[in-house]
Design a protein around this ligand. Structure first.
Ligand code: 5GP
Length: 170
């Protein structure tokens, strides 16, 4: 199955000049979504994770069913102010300004193998921050996985772990 046929590009979202790759159409097609989760499970299982860490919010959509399928735990990497209890954060730069990702401080047991999951790899800033945050709480990050990779932005250069992508765009 060609998963690209279930992903649509929406021009000028969230602002003029940006082409947004929308995975809503992939999620709402039962067969296509099952194929996507199955393919990612195959790719990610090689990294032998104990935990899958999903990046808020579209990363959760893939990481949670994948963790269930692989028999791993699932941990949330969230935007500020969302997680209860003690948290650890990592700040990263965006094109304009900065943002931060947060994790509960006891989310990972020391040395657990973690694969970080998001919907899309563009510049790599988000996934690089996710990897650093996970390391800060003791994770052994063994891989990253995304549904979509935008090749021209060379985001994987920012990452020192293997990355798998289900579909790529130039
Ligand atoms: P990066 O930090 O690699 O530049 O951007 C990746 C992050 O931005 C991901 O968390 C992803 O959810 C979001 N993102 C950026 N552009 C798109 C897009 O076109 N489609 C989707 N679905 N997410 C995007």
């Amino acid at each position: 199955m060609d998963l690209k046929q279930h992903i649509r590009g929406i021009p000028d979202f969230p602002k003029p000049g940006i082409l947004f790759y929308d995975i809503s159409t992939l999620l709402r097609n039962a067969d296509a979504w099952q194929v996507a989760v199955g393919r990612m499970a195959h790719a990610v299982s090689k990294a032998q994770p104990d935990i899958l860490a999903g990046v808020e919010s579209r990363g959760f959509l893939m990481a949670a069913p994948l963790a269930s399928k692989l028999g791993c735990g699932f941990v949330m990497l969230r935007k500020p102010g969302k997680l209860p209890g003690n948290t650890v954060s990592y700040r990263y730069d965006l094109e304009y300004g900065s943002d931060s990702l947060h994790i509960q401080e006891d989310a990972i047991k020391p040395g657990q193998k973690v694969v970080v999951v998001d919907d899309l790899l563009a510049t790599g800033g988000t996934l690089a921050a996710a990897v650093e945050l996970l390391r800060a709480v003791g994770a052994d990050v063994t891989a990253a996985a995304v549904i979509i990779e935008i090749m021209a932005l060379q985001g994987r250069r920012k990452l020192d772990v293997p990355v798998s992508a289900l579909v790529t765009y130039e």
